[in-house]
Design a protein around this ligand. Structure first.
Ligand SMILES: CSC[C@H]1O[C@H](OP(=O)(O)O)[C@H](O)[C@@H]1O
Length: 346
């Protein structure tokens, strides 16, 4: 029987009138929640990566729509729906890769299109449902993933696909939580340059649950695999195409190539809301490029220099390098368009 672990820190808290966002740019040195009471504020919180992680971005955007409806219906403007739609368009522009953002906004639009008598109550209920469903999905994925790989000796994860990237429990980290509750397992986490989600968020988040983790430099992954210390790489995803190609944090594709070379298996853990059935393969996934200043050392930022930086923050791992895709409704081994289609039916 696995014990359900409760994370002491959550990425998002909804008060009924405001969205409290843990500023993940400051974790772990500071645990600071900022209150947001407007769609514009939530959009900025997503764009600036105060809140990050595909499911968490979708949940935050859903609450951003609630704040928009609260404002515009509260002002009793006849064109409140047009103003809310403008806020939805703004939220949709906050980050391009995580499909959960668009999936959540479409669900909120569908509620409004149903012309509920009480639009604010209806969107608030939908946002809270999206949030609660995400946590339930993560718990289910954790158990499914742990069932699949029980008995492993070591795993490596990348970036942060934990409670801090979701409504709670995490995706990849939910599998690690469920696994650790059943058996000893050595957990390694890559630092994940340049934003350091692994070094700042994952190892800290796991330590809050009493789960030891060993941090490695991103460049040490191949040598770790060669040592034989790990059996699986376990990662999250931001957008999965219909054939199983998966977009995730930059560096994931390299880990998949290295894993294949070393006979290490590769697991992607993501809720159904991360699957984009409208695209046949990963070639259509927009890869966000962020400010080169996030990568460049200060000395190159503060003066004219020939030194530039290229800062794509996601890459796409082809399905044929993925051993298993774990969702709340099922596990797809050796993903392909045909095997993924079973998830659509489920
Ligand atoms: C559970 S999805 C987490 C996913 O999001 C991260 O990207 P970012 O920190 O830039 O939002 C990374 O790709 C994680 O795997």
């Amino acid at each position: 029987m696995t014990k359900q672990m409760r994370l002491s820190v959550e990425a998002l808290k909804w008060t009924g009138a405001k969205l409290q966002v843990l500023d993940q740019r400051k974790v772990p040195e500071q645990i600071v929640y900022q209150d947001f009471d407007s769609a514009a504020g939530v959009s900025e919180a997503i764009a600036s990566m105060r809140v990050r992680g595909a499911p968490a971005i979708g949940i935050a955007a859903a609450y951003g729509v609630v704040l928009s409806v609260m404002k515009h219906t509260g002002e009793k403007t006849p064109d409140w729906r047009a103003r809310v739609d403008a806020d939805i368009d703004m939220l949709a522009k906050s980050r391009p890769t995580a499909v959960n953002l668009f999936w959540a906004l479409n669900r909120m639009k569908a509620v409004l299109d149903a012309s509920p008598a009480e639009p604010l109550a209806a969107v608030a209920a939908e946002a809270e449902l999206i949030h609660a469903d995400d946590i339930a999905a993560n718990r289910a994925m954790g158990e499914r993933g742990a069932d699949l790989i029980g008995g492993v000796k070591g795993v490596l994860t990348h970036c942060n696909a934990g409670a801090l990237a979701t409504g709670g429990y995490g995706t990849a980290l939910s599998v690690i939580r469920s696994l650790y509750a059943r058996q000893p397992v050595k957990v390694f986490a890559g630092e994940t340059r340049p934003w350091l989600q692994g070094a700042r968020l994952t190892v800290w988040e796991l330590s809050q649950d009493g789960i030891p983790a060993t941090l490695i430099a991103d460049s040490a992954a191949a040598w770790l695999m060669r040592s034989g210390a790990i059996d699986w790489v376990i990662v999250g995803a931001d957008r999965i195409a219909a054939n199983g190609d998966a977009a995730n944090k930059i560096g994931t594709y390299a880990l998949a190539v290295l894993a294949r070379q070393h006979g290490v298996k590769f697991m992607v853990v993501a809720p159904n809301s991360t699957i984009d059935w409208t695209i046949a393969d990963g070639s259509r996934i927009e890869i966000e490029e962020r400010d080169p200043a996030e990568l460049l050392p200060a000395c190159y930022r503060e003066q004219e220099t020939l030194v530039k930086a290229w800062n794509p923050v996601f890459d796409v791992t082809p399905a044929d390098l993925i051993s298993a895709i774990v969702t709340e409704s099922g596990v797809v081994l050796n993903p392909s368009a045909e095997s993924m289609a079973r998830l659509k039916i489920a």
